[in-house]
Design a protein around this ligand. Structure first.
Ligand code: GDP
Ligand code: MG
Length: 242
């Protein structure tokens, strides 16, 4: 039987890391959580995906303001996805950190499989796909999804309060969280729960298998000759009219 990932923690630890952010950032984050609450939500679940070594775990740590995930410059990423959960004033933020989808140029099937099992039946509000800016080619299709710049490096520029900022002087953490909240609260957004059917497609569906062959035969033996006959009749009528 398929082993399923454990459910998200029901009792999460208090989000104390938020208090080490400057007051303006804390206020912005509180306001964003309030916006989600007004949208009748009491939790936000972010699934973090990306290749190995692109900064997924660093970003999760930056979001929480504490070290919840292991960051490594080498390929010692854990093979299992991990979920970090923190609550603030009754609101829970869950972030699922995952092993790299691609490692040394090859798809990491073991990681993909582990992620697949872990997220099964877990409600995910938003997927945060992380990639390095220096190794990424932006295609026109990419422009259709919201893109946010993130900078975790210690060499990153900071503002007077010591917060990491982007070249346009904005605090990236607030930008990132605002974009996430906008995506989640967008009218067309729906909470996705990945079930087995979505992963396996229709292959695992015996009814689909059962009906495919008769449907194909019906098309071949009944529909196709009928359409063919109709087309020839039309051609004949057309030539008679001339
Ligand atoms: N320059 C720079 N380095 C980063 C950034 N984020 C992570 N790193 C470094 O990249 C390496 C891999 O980071 P990690 O968060 O473990 O990546 P993961 O494998 O995707 O989880 C570590 O040495 C980090 O210090 C970033 O935004 N800028
Ligand atoms: Mg990692």
């Amino acid at each position: 039987m398929e082993s399923r990932g454990s459910s998200l923690p029901t009792v999460a630890r208090e989000w104390t890391g938020i208090m080490q952010f400057p007051v303006t950032t804390q206020a912005s984050l509180h306001e964003l959580l309030e916006r989600l609450r007004k949208d009748n939500r009491d939790s936000l679940t972010i699934l973090v995906l990306g290749k190995s070594g692109v900064g997924k775990s660093s970003t999760v740590n930056s979001i929480f303001g504490e070290r919840v995930c292991v960051v490594s410059a080498f390929q010692s990423e854990t093979i299992r996805p991990t979920v970090a959960s923190r609550t603030r004033a009754g609101f829970t933020v869950n972030v699922i950190d995952t092993p790299g989808l691609v490692e040394a140029g090859c798809v990491n099937d073991q990681a993909v499989d582990a992620i697949r099992r872990f997220i099964l039946d877990k409600p995910v509000d938003v997927v945060l796909y992380v990639d390095r800016l220096d190794g990424y080619r932006v295609d026109s299709l990419d422009r259709q999804i919201p893109i946010v710049l993130v900078e975790n490096s210690g060499r990153c520029a900071t503002n007077d309060e010591g917060e990491k900022i982007l070249p346009n002087k904005t605090v990236w953490l607030t930008n990132l969280m605002r974009t996430i909240v906008e995506v989640v609260t967008a009218e067309k957004a729906a909470k996705y729960t990945i079930d087995e059917r979505m992963i396996k497609g229709t292959d695992g569906n015996w009814w689909h298998k059962l009906i495919t062959v008769p449907l194909f035969l019906f098309q071949l033996k009944v529909l196709y000759p009928l359409i063919r006959a109709r087309i020839f009749a039309d051609i004949d009528e057309g030539t008679e009219d001339e």
